[in-house]
Design a protein around this ligand. Structure first.
Ligand code: C2E
Ligand code: CA
Ligand code: CA
Ligand code: CA
Length: 280
């Protein structure tokens, strides 16, 4: 940018244009990412806090761009949403994850589960698509319980007919539902009794300062207590230290996910994580 220019707009305008242009280029590149096999699914273990064993994994998407290297989903999921590519990408993640969980239910644990993220835009896409998901599960003889769908609070705040219908269909099929990033979005909790929710995932921002910050500790305890009274299980996100894990276990938290147990990793490396090594 011409930072030294005299015109006071010359600094801002080109950089905004550059950013928009970069987004357009990236969005364009994303069109080829699927067919060029640049997208990969990695898996992060979710352990039972009582045993330390992995009982679940979250599927997380990665994009290895041929020139730019690894690009974060936080950057390209919004692009995929506005270009309509989110459904093709979501179907790719689902196919991979389904195949993986079927395999792990044979080799690791017959009850093993997989968690799949659904952004609000994707969740409101073509119903026929989700019908195919349910059929694919049936074809693989996987019960609904093998799959957890992670959605965010915002989606349920003023849930559209489409959203309500989708949740009912998933629940009827036994598919579990988790509220991702719980506690970061909205003050209303009434959706928790309105919908069939199975898990709350405590956002990592509450877990990060668990030892140092009394109010974060109090919030975690309160979330866990409330969830249990409503019959929901709790997963703590972003657990990086044994001290955090200990506090969460004492507070009655059910599951934990974070670098302490394993970073998101390729399926081939997943089984060598200590929390998977001798799972039941
Ligand atoms: P998320 O669903 O909240 O996923 C958790 C994020 O926290 C992941 O980032 C994970 O790598 C990171 N994380 C896990 N443990 C730790 C820890 O101990 N410390 C810290 N600092 N971070 C940890 P990631 O993989 O970069 O994904 C970012 C977001 O992108 C996800 O947030 C999710 O919203 C979205 N995303 C990822 N994969 C998909 C996908 O397949 N579909 C959709 N719609 N969104 C996805
Ligand atoms: Ca998630
Ligand atoms: Ca349920
Ligand atoms: Ca999260």
């Amino acid at each position: 940018a011409k930072a030294g220019g005299r015109n006071r707009y010359s600094f801002y305008t080109p950089s905004l244009q550059t950013a928009a242009l970069a987004r357009m280029r990236l969005s364009n590149d994303l069109r080829y990412a699927l067919q060029e096999q640049q997208l990969h699914v990695v898996y992060q273990p979710i352990v039972a806090l009582q045993t330390g064993k992995a009982v679940k994994a979250e599927a997380l998407i990665r994009w290895q761009h041929p020139q730019k290297g690894w690009i974060s989903p936080l950057e390209f999921i919004p692009l995929a949403e506005s270009s309509g590519q989110i459904t093709a990408i979501g179907d790719f993640v689902f196919d991979q994850a389904l195949h993986q969980v079927a395999q792990w239910r044979q080799s690791l644990d017959p009850e093993f589960q997989i968690s799949i993220n659904q952004s609000p835009v994707e969740f409101q896409s073509d119903p026929a698509r989700y019908q195919r998901w349910l059929e694919a599960m049936e074809a693989q003889q996987l019960p609904g319980q093998a799959i957890t769908i992670e959605i965010t609070e915002g989606l349920l705040l003023d849930a559209s007919e489409k959203v309500v219908q989708r949740l009912l269909e998933f629940s009827a099929a036994g598919v579990q539902v988790a509220i991702d990033d719980f506690g970061t979005g909205y003050s209303s909790l009434s959706y928790l009794k309105k919908f069939d929710i199975d898990f709350l995932k405590i956002d990592q921002s509450f877990v990060r300062n668990l030892q140092r910050n009394n109010s974060d500790h109090a919030l975690c305890e309160a979330i866990i207590m409330m969830a249990h009274k409503l019959g929901l299980k709790v997963i703590a996100e972003g657990v990086e230290t044994t001290a955090q894990a200990d506090l969460l276990r004492e507070a009655g938290c059910d599951f934990a996910q974070g670098y302490l147990y394993g970073k998101p990793s390729a399926a081939a490396d997943f089984l060598s994580l200590p929390c998977c090594a001798c799972a039941p």
